[in-house]
Ligand binder design. Structure first.
Ligand code: 6LW
Length: 501
């Protein structure tokens, strides 16, 4: 069969995967958004359905101290003796911790913190023992992939942390995971940074704590040498054996907005490549060590059809699965019904990146570059509308504002220090249908009000890209209200987000 990469499009970085029963489960990092750590299920590795989030309570995911570069970094999911574990780092509160559940569709435990530094923690279980690893500093002060035994009930270290590998020399050695396959321990990690030089490397050993010998052909997977190719930044992955015995890597990569425009807006996405073990015990991955947008494989039956990103409306999306808040929400600012969302301003603006409370916002990820986005917005006072949000410094709005003279529709582009509001149109009522047509290079802005149609110009997508904005996320399509804290709710109806390509 043929499948397309990414298998999960949009800002779903740092994938980790496990198998339980007859299903696969996958988690991603989520930074300052709440709930945290999106959780997906699949029966065929190609079609993934989000079944919830791992971190659904503020006690598991305190985000008050997080700014837009903070919160939850890369997670690892593992299944061991009937229990699921998800370990990750809240870089803004408490560091490394894990949660567990015996019911993948249910709630997860309170966090168990591990007193060991580093990011990208992973777990490995063997002979009744649990091992923690991260990219951190060991008890002697040596930096690299560090490993220690922990008590899985308490998170307490049972052995000193020891640096077991320092990679192959690429910068930012991260995302280490350990696997035992045919009596060898394989230590897979990423290097090169999560940009255009990203890559997956690995080493193996007969012993759990090393010495590890690097694969002579490292990197085993990278697109860093594929110039003029849309799919870039391949790295940060996790190995999985499928139900037929074949091996795969799920990993992150991103899609440029154009073959020759080195910017990406949809974040780091989940990709899948086959892995092949050779007789000498080393493995290769992908298409000659690269990941392609179109993949052909005989490991998955032709009967598996890859479903496209579905149209999203209020009645087929869910709060807490598709829609997320920025930081921990205060519920009094939201009234959510099946056919309308009501949001009132918390007094915090989209520009704020302070610790503490967040702007009143509900967003879904921009998963494809060619989209129609619509919503009818009624504004009783101040400002509400649609935002294409990347960071506090990079976001575009199509919104309505109520002033003493009446209501106006406008477009605002916030690109770093440049903030431009334009195309202001006075309307008689307080309601407008807002429409954004997204293309890979350009967003087009339209509105309808008082039975009239308006065009509010365009904006270049690239100024919302990670290459401009930095950070680790992707564009969110948000519904928001901002201004002074308000008692009156703005109302959003008839939301639609549909792929148009
Ligand atoms: C993550 C690290 C990385 O923790 O980016 O690409 C960091 N890899 O492994 C944030 O996603």
């Amino acid at each position: 069969m043929k499948y397309r990469n990414p298998i999960i499009p949009g800002f779903y970085p740092d994938p980790s995967i496990c198998r339980a029963g007859n299903k696969y489960y996958l988690v991603c990092s989520s930074f300052q958004f709440f709930p945290g750590v999106p959780l997906f299920e699949s029966s065929d590795l190609i079609n993934w359905k989000q079944i919830g989030h791992v971190l659904t309570r503020e006690s598991q995911l305190p985000l008050a101290e997080a700014n837009s570069a903070g919160g939850i970094y890369a997670p690892t999911i593992r299944y061991h003796e009937g229990r699921f574990y998800m370990i990750t780092t809240n870089v803004s509160h408490g560091g490394n911790f894990y949660v567990w559940t015996d019911d993948i569709y249910g709630e997860w435990s309170e966090p168990v913190y591990v007193n060991q530094d580093g990011i990208d923690p992973s777990l490995y279980f063997e002979n009744g023992k649990a091992y923690f690893m991260s990219n951190g500093t060991d008890d002697k002060g040596i930096h690299g992939v560090v490993q220690c035994e922990i008590d899985i009930r308490t998170g307490k270290k049972r052995s000193p942390a020891v640096c077991i590998w320092q990679g192959t020399g690429g910068r930012f050695l991260e995302s280490p995971h350990l696997y035992k396959i045919n009596n060898n321990y394989y230590l897979m990690a990423a290097e090169g940074g999560t940009e255009y030089g990203h890559m997956i490397v690995y080493a193996r050993s007969r012993n759990l704590f090393g010495e590890f010998e690097s694969y002579p052909e490292n990197p085993v997977l990278t697109n860093r040498n594929l110039g003029g190719y849309l799919l870039q930044g391949c790295g940060h992955g996790d190995l999985i054996q499928d139900f037929s015995g074949n091996w795969w890597i799920v990993h992150l990569a991103f899609r440029q907005i154009h073959q020759w425009v080195m910017h990406h807006i949809t974040g780091r996405e989940v990709n899948l490549v086959p892995v092949t073990f050779q007789e000498n015990g080393w493995f290769t991955a992908g298409v000659n060590g690269t990941t392609r947008l179109e993949m052909e494989t005989d490991r998955i039956p032709d009967s598996v059809i890859q479903a496209p990103v579905p149209e999203k409306r209020f009645d087929n999306t869910e709060l807490g699965i598709d829609w997320c808040y920025m930081k921990n929400p205060r519920q009094e600012y939201y009234q959510i019904q099946k056919d309308s969302f009501k949001i009132r301003s918390s007094g915090i603006s989209l520009d704020d990146d302070k610790k503490g409370e967040a702007v009143s916002f509900l967003g879904i990820r921009q998963q494809e570059m060619q989209l129609l986005i619509e919503c009818t917005v009624t504004v009783p006072e101040q400002e509400a509308g649609l935002t294409l949000y990347m960071t506090p410094d990079q976001h575009y709005e199509l919104a309505i504002r109520k002033t003493e003279q009446g209501c106006e529709i406008f477009k605002r582009l916030h690109i770093g220090d440049i903030v431009q509001e334009s195309d202001n149109i006075r309307i008689a009522g307080d309601t407008a249908k807002l429409r954004i047509e997204a293309e890979p290079l350009t967003y087009h802005f339209y509105a309808e009000a008082d039975s009239q149609s308006y065009t509010l110009g365009t904006a270049q997508t690239k100024f919302l890209s990670t290459e401009i904005a930095g950070n680790f996320t992707g564009v969110m399509i948000g519904l928001y209200a901002q201004g002074k804290e308000s008692q009156q709710f703005a109302e959003f109806r008839n939301f639609l987000c549909r792929v148009t390509e």
